[in-house]
Design a protein around this ligand. Sequence first.
Ligand code: CA
Length: 371
Amino acid sequence: MKRRHFLRQLGTGTLAAGALLGTGCQQQGTAEPAAAAPAAGFKPLKWKMVTTWPKNFPGLGTGANTLAKLITRMTGGRIQVKVYGAKELVPAFGVFDAVAGGTAELGHGASYYWKGKSEAAQFFSAVPFGLTAGEMNAWLYHGGGMELWRETYAPFGLIPMAAGNTGVQMAGWFNREINALEDLRGLKMRIPGLGGEVLARAGGVPVSMPGGELFTSLKSGAIDATEWVGPYNDLAFGLYKAAKYYYYPGWHEPGTTLEAIVNRKAFDALPEELQVIVQNAARVANQDMLAEYVARNNQALQTLVNEYGVELRKLPDTVLDRLRELSDQVVAEIADQDDLSQRVYASYRDFRTQVIQWHNISERAYLNARG
Ligand code: CA
């Protein structure tokens, strides 16, 4: 395929993702992207990608690997991306500053980690009772969300891109039954971000800790409950050995968007065709991660329930109703922080209102009908 034709197809999104994935995404667990031979006369760029995940961590770390491979192969080796797991080059939560400062050209993480940089950043990953994966992509790509995300990161010299999605997460692992709101009172639970704030207002005690510490803390009783992601990732961490009840749905993370961040100077220095490739590689990686989670979560869930005897429970409607009310308050309060947060909140809220109307008569009606 002639390169210009290839790029035109990328720009209009008509190229089948599978054609790219077939060469770039199927070998998981190998973090080193194979370097293709670069075009004659072009000095290959060596880009570093720092990540907030343990290297090769299923779904999240391998999603970062996917993006690195896509960029390396789609550019014919003109950009060669090397992935670094958390702590290899910088700590997990040092990713934002590392890419902003040019230590690395690329980063892979989630925007709610950067609340300390900008309150508005929280809207671009997950909001309790907010948008699902498909709705997040709709808001970002066609609802004004991406423009606001770019504006949010512009002061830091960063360009954000959606680069993965977990889909609806699980509510988490509990060593205590939750039959009423009172059961959340005093509950020590690892739950970061806005979800944690909501739990606090419901009387719980949110705790923040990296994923690697969850199992030990839950097992020892240092915490009563934890959320992580979903069956695929939670099985990998062995959380079923430390808690009895596995609750759903993940009201606090209904479709978490993962991000790629690019150093603006590095991006601006690229020829336009390479800029288009980087952006569209992120788009492919974004969709591919979601597909992987959907494909693997149920397999893992069956293992948890049928092989390990995990008790699957739905949070009672009364509890979910109250958490939703509290979430609305917590999320609306972010809008009070500054002008940008107000505008992002308004855009997100309006899009959510609209998409709920459509999805009530499409997704929801269909899923109910399918049974
Ligand atoms: Ca989570």
